[in-house]
Design a protein around this ligand. Structure first.
Ligand SMILES: Nc1ncnc2c1ncn2[C@@H]1O[C@H](COP(=O)(O)OP(=O)(O)O)[C@@H](O)[C@H]1O
Ligand SMILES: [Mg+2]
Length: 276
């Protein structure tokens, strides 16, 4: 269970990027965080694992306040939090396998000079994850030889190497074509379900977000302006998040999304209420 309480971030250079965001994510829930460019989506998820230092507020992961954790506490907590990036953040000249193993300790991009000393169980885990994300047999390919979709699959497998409980995913499909985007979204959701992972997925594509994610949180100028079911994202909600526009082409498509998403949402909110 992740609980963000009254989170504020002001970068030294400018206006506040987050202005008192509060949000609960129960274990196992995957939610979509949408909002215009500059709304604070990346800042919010980076404050969770302190890649960005929050200015004020709490980030409680299973009760532990990461916003105020010391170095050791933070390091332990970060093992539970995997991260997936828009631009994949792979080490280009390393192989797929090396990228996975170098990600074993999280999202630091360091040169794994001690690479050969990885335990065989990590290597086994890497092989099984590569197979699971559809990259069996690709372990010796260099990262820079892969397509965008393959690169994101490596990014996903790498994030799972540390056996996290929570994933922070920043615009995972923004650099991908529509079909690959859908495959990647489906893969992420399947893996989250299999591994019982909770996740926050930043995603600017409203149609993609509402199709795949039952719960949508909308940010605008550092404030949460929507938190509810994907099925209730309508003209008013889109206007609240993105501003005035003729949203009919999008709302028409949203109306076509199935009601199973509504049921998923009810189930998830019931589990949230049960947790308290
Ligand atoms: N490292 C930074 N230094 C200063 N300002 C930043 C930095 N990163 C983001 N910002 C500002 O914070 C606001 C939110 O940015 P960001 O979290 O990247 O939004 P989003 O991910 O929704 O596009 C923007 O106004 C952006 O310019
Ligand atoms: Mg961003």
């Amino acid at each position: 269970m992740l609980e963000i309480k009254e989170l504020h971030k002001r970068y030294p250079t400018g206006d506040p990027a987050l202005r008192g965001v509060s949000l609960s994510v129960p274990a196992g829930q995957v939610l979509g965080l949408i909002g215009p460019s500059g709304a604070g989506k990346s800042t919010l998820i980076r404050c969770i694992n302190r890649l960005v230092e929050p200015t004020q507020g709490q980030v409680l992961l299973d009760g532990q306040d990461l916003a105020h954790a010391g170095r050791q506490g933070l390091r332990m907590a970060r093992r539970q939090i995997g991260m997936i990036f828009q631009e994949y953040a792979l080490v280009e000249r390393l192989t797929v396998m090396e990228n996975l193993l170098s990600g074993r300790l999280g999202y630091t991009r360091f040169w794994p000079s001690w690479f050969r000393r990885f335990p065989s169980k990590d290597i086994q885990l890497a092989y099984s994850l590569l197979e699971r994300v559809g990259l069996a047999g690709m372990e010796n390919k260099r990262a820079d030889a892969l397509s965008g979709g393959q690169r994101q699959r490596v990014g996903i497998a790498r994030a799972l190497m540390q056996r996290p409980a929570f994933l922070l995913i920043d615009e995972p499909t923004a650099s991908l074509d529509p079909k690959t985007s859908r495959q990647i979204m489906r893969l992420i959701l399947t893996l989250c379900a299999e591994h019982k992972l909770a996740a926050i997925i930043n995603i600017h594509d409203v149609v993609l977000a509402t199709e795949f994610l039952p719960r949508i949180v909308g940010l605008r100028q550092g404030m949460m302006v929507y938190d509810g079911p994907a099925t209730q994202v309508d003209h008013k909600v889109l206007t609240d998040i993105y501003g005035d526009e003729d949203w009919s082409s999008i709302t028409d498509r949203l109306a076509g999304n199935t009601s199973t998403i509504a049921n998923d949402f009810d189930d998830q909110m019931a589990s949230l209420a049960a947790v308290g």
